[in-house]
Write a protein that binds this ligand. Sequence first.
Ligand code: MN
Ligand code: MN
Length: 471
Amino acid sequence: MKKKGNLMLKASLLLLLTLSFSHCSKKGEVNPQSSSEQSLIHRPAMALAASEDFETGSKSSYSAASVTLGTGSWYLDDALIGGTSSDVYNGSYAARVRNTGKMTMQFNLSNGIGTVSIQHAIYGSDGSSTWELYYSTNSGSSWTKSGATVTTASGSFATANFTINQTGTVRLEIRKITGGSYRINFDDIVINDYSGGGTSTTSTTSSTGGVTSGGCTSTNLHLTMGNPSCAVTNSSTYADNYLMVKTQYVLSYSNTRRIPNWVAWHLDASDLGSAGRSSSFSTDGTLPSGWYQVTSSDYTGSGFDRGHHCPSGDRTASSTDNLATFLTTNIMPQAPDNNQGPWEQLETYCRTLVNNGNELYIVCGGAGQGGSGSNGSASTIASGKIVVPAYTWKVIVILSNGTNDLSRVTSSTRVIAVKLPNTQGIRSNTWGSYRVKVDDVETLCGYDLLSSLSTSLQSSLESTVDTGPTN
Ligand code: MN
Ligand code: MN
């Protein structure tokens, strides 16, 4: 699906990262993982070193040649800059690579490289391909692979995250590995610098297609299973992965998509009471000043529901809790048949599980771009201000009521993952028919879910599809 509109991260200033992380300890419950929170708080200060959006510079042929892009000179071999209707891009252009093409920086970044994020998607109706990221500390004489091989399997952008943590002079190279003549679009390569110290994490894609990483964990109850995108409460460097901590839930917000990347919450019997459904949506006063505030009327007449992430029905212990679910930072443009059909059925089933003596850890979001509502297809609403996701996804960890929840997760813990198209025509389908592996959701959105669990537990829990009851 082609992305249109002003979705670019065009920051080019050096922006100092100031970490701030506020807690919420709902009901006074404290997760025992205090040491893991340290890794979030004491991460080394990073600054944006470079952000390549492929909007500057042109190269229309696949023939190997240098091209001067916004960040500097790159050598593109079997690769070009594309902006056709079959290219997937943010802004107007993206890189397009075929065969075993490469894109190589012909300049060094001198302040090291910490983390790198790269958006990638299948070009046109091509099939899947794989690619790898390499870095060089000797101006390209030799190269080291970062993380594992990434599979590009979606026609809308997924984000691949890498942690390199190399000081000094470093440059990058992207290598397409498999897929033959199938083409991959790459866009928005965001590179943060690295001055050494701190906690090293790795973010790789496993052979099953899921994402595994050293993880970003938190003592916040709602993030017991991890912070899927390593979101940070920093509005300049993390404007598209902005951590917002509320008593009722925690989310990562995108200021270009104007919807959450994900919302996470814990659900148990204490959350379910007699508070009524709030009557209206409201803007979120805790968004950074200067950011566009999504209003309820932005959705009016759009053909899409104001779709809750954390549902109203999961926060009925008090009117304050319920009202929090009506903040526009908790909603996305959701096809009515999705929202009021299988999505709502699954929300109801979650509360049934709670009423049967379970507590749940839930995380969900909207991924990709472009859905169909009651007025037909749309990639955005509100004159381009709000992205319509292509899919809605949710992952649920189910535990019988107890304490020390993280330590009680085993390879036989029930985990439900679903991926639903954000389209009309699915209202009467059962939610159970949309079950997928957690790995599939990780591939879809590029996040590492359940990252607080051991790698072996993640491997086992994320690679199977739930077959349990659906009501
Ligand atoms: Mn809903
Ligand atoms: Mn995971």
